[in-house]
Design a protein around this ligand. Structure first.
Ligand SMILES: NC(=O)c1ccc[n+]([C@@H]2O[C@H](COP(=O)([O-])OP(=O)(O)OC[C@H]3O[C@@H](n4cnc5c(N)ncnc54)[C@H](OP(=O)(O)O)[C@@H]3O)[C@@H](O)[C@H]2O)c1
Length: 292
């Protein structure tokens, strides 16, 4: 073991929730590696190391994980945050476009999990935190591929959690509501617009962009990830915002430094949010939280 400090790897750390996660985990005392497809162009948090990673490629995942292991000898926390959006009705969207979203949001996270699981299993310790979405349990129109990717991530994570908890590894899903990031600018619109969908989706799409612009700061959402890992720091409350479909969407107004007493099941209760929420299976008493 080359370092005694806990080591976290956060994918998609050049902006938004990923960048905030890196900063929060580093301030909690972990050695943190962020990643970007363009690490030279896109900085993460301050001087923290940014590794090159495209989660869509096996080689890239292997190189990135090997680098962390060669420098530190361990990976205690993996935050699978890298993700993209796609706006478009199903009939406007090609199979290639759908596959590209699944490749990043679902298979990318799967690749990362498969790469770190042997490392965590050998140490009989580890936390995998997958950034899902409220769309992973509350699908919205014109984002079927995105919703499908987050539903898949949720199901995969919960199933995996059952498999590995006896090995000292826990898998959680954070499902944020609207978070103020550049995700809309970084996402794509289906390349083949097609009436009657183009006009039908213009209002919900505008409402969606406005909801993101009015969303909670990324720091709040990443706090949910950190709470999962650090049960002593927890989320405070949930408040409501409007969704494009008119439903009330409680959003996480958590602050990493708030001090709500941890409950018996911290993974479920630290982010008490009906739609923007963190969850995984129950926590067996034998599993220690990964405090640094
Ligand atoms: N914002 C919201 O309201 C919201 C709500 C629910 C869930 N989420 C989820 O939160 C996560 C972060 O989103 P965000 O809002 O923070 O958006 P963002 O600012 O656009 O961040 C997305 C990150 O993903 C990285 N990325 C994209 N494709 C990648 C790939 N193929 N390989 C590696 N990294 C890749 C990007 O890094 P590079 O371009 O530098 O590679 C970027 O750092 C996503 O999974 C998203 O689905 C967001």
């Amino acid at each position: 073991m080359k370092t005694k400090r806990r080591v976290a790897l956060v994918t998609g750390a050049s902006s938004g929730i990923g960048r905030a996660c890196v900063q929060q985990l580093a301030s909690a005392g972990l050695t943190v590696y962020g990643t970007s497809r363009h690490p030279k162009r896109r900085r993460g948090g301050g001087d923290l190391p940014m590794l090159a990673l495209d989660v869509c490629y096996d080689d890239s995942v292997r190189t990135c994980v090997d680098r962390v292991i060669s420098e530190t000898g361990r990976i205690d926390v993996l935050v699978n945050n890298a993700g993209v959006g796609l706006e478009g009705a199903v009939e406007e969207t090609s199979l290639d476009e759908i596959r590209a979203v699944l490749e990043t949001n679902f298979f990318g996270a799967v690749r990362m999990m498969r790469a770190v699981l042997p490392i965590m299993r050998k140490r009989r310790s580890g936390r995998i935190i997958n950034i899902g979405s409220a769309a992973g349990f509350l699908p919205m129109p014109y984002s079927a591929a995105y919703s499908a990717s987050k539903h898949a991530l949720r199901g995969f994570s919960e199933s995996l959690d059952h498999e590995v908890r006896k090995l000292g590894i826990r898998v959680s899903v954070i499902e944020p509501g609207f978070v103020r990031t550049d995700i809309v600018e970084h996402s794509t619109v289906a390349a083949a617009p097609f009436e009657p969908y183009t006009s039908a989706r213009s209002n919900p799409a505008r409402a969606f962009r406005q909801a993101i612009a009015r969303g909670v700061p990324s720091r709040s959402s990443c706090a949910a990830s950190c709470c999962t890992c650090f049960p002593k720091a927890s989320c405070a409350s949930a408040t409501s915002a409007s969704s494009p479909t008119g439903n009330a969407l409680p959003s996480c107004r958590s602050a990493f430094n708030c001090s709500v007493t941890p409950r018996a099941d911290p993974l479920r209760h630290h982010c008490p949010l009906p739609t923007s929420r963190a969850h995984s299976g129950t926590v067996p008493p034998a599993v220690e939280p990964c405090t640094s």
